[in-house]
Design a protein around this ligand. Sequence first.
Ligand code: AMP
Length: 188
Amino acid sequence: MRIVLIGPPGAGKGTQAAILREKLDVPHISTGDLFREHVSRRTALGRTAQRYLDTGGLVPDDLTGDMVRERLAEPDARHGFLLDGFPRTVHQAHELAAVLDVMGSTLDAVLEFTAPEEEVVARLLNRGRPDDTEDVIRHRQQVYRSRTAPLLAHYSDILVTVPATGPVEEIASRALAGLTDRGARLGG
Ligand code: AMP
């Protein structure tokens, strides 16, 4: 299955992806993780990306798109993936569609994880990543609302919305049930 995970920072996409990848047997591809790897290896991309990660802004679409294109070309992603943190803009969504088109495939579903803003902010303040300071967290929430949330309308045909509050395993069950339900409605 080819699935995109969308939700505000702190909604638990990474946590859910770690569970769902086992159940669905597809790789978890997180653009945030890929950028953090580049930063820690001090590659040219990492040096450019760092300032965006530090302030919570989006890394420019061309750099992000190239990195994703390369990752999706790896053999483990051929039969499916859980994309976490990409696309984050409508432009990136078009880019993803173009990459998949070349591979002769399309997305099966977009999982949207929802949670109240005060709860996701509180979760991030507890997590303590370098970009989890209150100012940067608030900025990332604002970037989500203005740049990423428009994707929900873009993907309305394949959207599966999952309330992301409560126990982690329960949220994963809701996500899997939502995917099954969508598959059934498509007759597959
Ligand atoms: P995340 O791990 O998803 O919270 O992402 C951490 C940071 O990586 C974000 O705040 C952005 O600076 C950058 N980033 C991750 N994914 C993307 C993307 N698709 N487009 C642009 N920047 C991204």
